[in-house]
Design a protein around this ligand. Structure first.
Ligand code: ATP
Ligand code: MG
Length: 425
């Protein structure tokens, strides 16, 4: 019989990888708490209309990357390709905007893209969205917060920050006109994709990955020259704030982002360590989106990071702590006849030492083969219960990763030893 395979670009997360994911998720969760953000969870399926109206009809995502189906009612529904739209919808629906919420979320997103390293069809994002604040100070704080995350994870040296201002809607309108007429004069030199975008979404041409196009665009009119006072001052203040916090950045005039709802500040954290899929975190300001979705005008700024890319970077940079990869700290072996005692002592130790990851040997097996399993489990120590230990109410602690001699102690003392071992890390 032909075996059923997973859908292309949708990966399983196997146990050897899940500790790194948990480590990343835990680190992010703690970070968000330190900056006063609260978690929000919203559905994976939303009405298709939500994404069309927010992300924009002529973006890559809506044009060709969404998983859209009719449900049994004939209503068009879509697997969320990103989190911001659902987050805004949820806040509006629940009246949360009155409280100027600071939110974070994490979970799977879906885009029909060509799968490759760091690009999947089911991928995961960790994101943050802050509502009700219009000043550049909150833009800066989000960047400070992400900067701290890279430091906490040990990848600060592997990433750089690029920022840009997209101006207000009016600024972009004026720029769009200028850019289109400049590009129309050079229509022959444009690749197929850019010719198509010239009509549908000309600003996206700036983001072209084609080197020929990039060369051509060096001379193109710059959005920065079209910024009105509002956006220009916002951007100058953001830069001053970043300077005063010592966060280095480059201004990338061609950074436009692929979603229509952005305005004023946009940014990307980029790494050179992952090849073409170098953006690990991207975001910006989207002051118009809440209103566009039918709510009261509400300023907003946020970002999303790609978990798969971050995990690739953590591995490439070799910064995952050893203790993260280990899933067992202690492995309990002993005479088969003493299985009941072993279970009871293991429970006692778990009670005394709650962080300990303790595996008890189950089934039969010679003492030697049990110890081999203990070694293969990656545990730091083997706990041993033989007849002598059992008679004396003791347990033997055998070190598997260091030269220390084994020691036979009471169960309570063993728990203290194990606790010490864990806190040394
Ligand atoms: P890219 O230019 O790489 O396609 P994007 O501009 O489409 O990225 P966003 O929509 O801003 O990306 O999503 C934020 C982050 O989510 C990206 O910077 C990236 O880290 C991650 N991401 C986006 N699409 C994918 C994908 N298909 N697979 C894995 N990660 C992704
Ligand atoms: Mg994309």
């Amino acid at each position: 019989m032909k075996k059923i395979q997973s859908i292309r670009g949708m990966n399983d997360l196997l146990p050897d990888q899940s500790p790194v994911w948990q480590y990343l998720e835990d680190t992010a969760r703690q970070l968000f708490e330190r900056y006063g953000l609260s978690e929000i969870r919203f559905p994976i399926l939303e009405p298709t209309e939500l994404f069309k109206r927010s992300i924009g009809e002529v973006t890559d995502i809506v044009e060709k990357e969404m998983y859209t189906f009719d449900d049994r009612n004939g209503d068009s529904i879509t697997l969320r390709p990103e989190g911001t739209a659902g987050c805004v919808r949820a806040c509006e629906q629940s009246g949360l905007f009155n409280q100027s919420p600071r939110l974070w979320y994490m979970g799977p997103m879906f885009r029909y893209e060509r799968p490759q390293k760091g690009r999947l069809r089911q991928f995961h994002q960790i994101g943050a969205e802050i509502f009700g604040l219009e000043g550049p100070d909150i833009d800066a704080e989000l960047l400070v917060m992400t900067d701290r995350l890279w430091k906490d994870l040990g990848i600060r040296d592997h990433v750089t920050l690029e920022i840009n201002s997209l101006g207000t809607g009016e600024d972009r309108q004026r720029y769009r006109t200028a850019l289109v007429s400049w590009l129309e004069e050079r229509r022959e030199a444009l690749d197929e994709d850019s010719q198509r975008r010239l009509i549908s979404n000309p600003l996206r041409i700036l983001d072209s990955k084609n080197p020929e196009m990039q060369k051509l665009l060096v001379e193109a009119p710059k959005l920065s020259e079209f910024l009105g006072d509002d956006a220009r001052i916002h951007f100058e203040q953001l830069r001053a704030l970043l300077d005063s916090t010592g966060i280095e950045y480059t201004v990338n005039n061609r950074l436009v982002r692929g979603l229509d709802y952005y305005g004023k500040t946009v940014f990307e954290w980029v790494t050179r360590s992952l090849g073409a899929q170098g953006t690990i975190c991207a975001g910006g300001r989207y002051d118009g989106l809440v209103e566009q979705l039918g709510g009261k005008s509400t300023p907003a700024v946020g970002f999303a990071m790609g978990v798969e890319r971050l995990v690739l970077l953590l591995d490439a940079a070799r910064v995952v702590p050893d203790s993260i990869g280990r899933q067992v700290d202690a492995y309990f072996v002993g005479d088969e006849a003493l299985r009941g005692r072993i279970l009871a002592i293991a429970e006692q130790i778990r009670g005394l030492c709650p962080e300990l990851r303790l595996l008890t040997h189950t089934g039969s097996g010679s003492f030697k083969s049990q110890l081999k399993k203990a070694d293969r489990s990656g545990a730091l120590v083997a706990l041993i219960l033989g007849e002598n230990e059992a008679a004396a109410g003791n347990v033997t602690v055998k070190y598997l990763r260091e030269e220390s001699p084994q020691t036979t102690v009471s169960v309570a003392e063993a728990a203290v030893l194990l606790q010490q071992l864990l806190s040394q890390e």
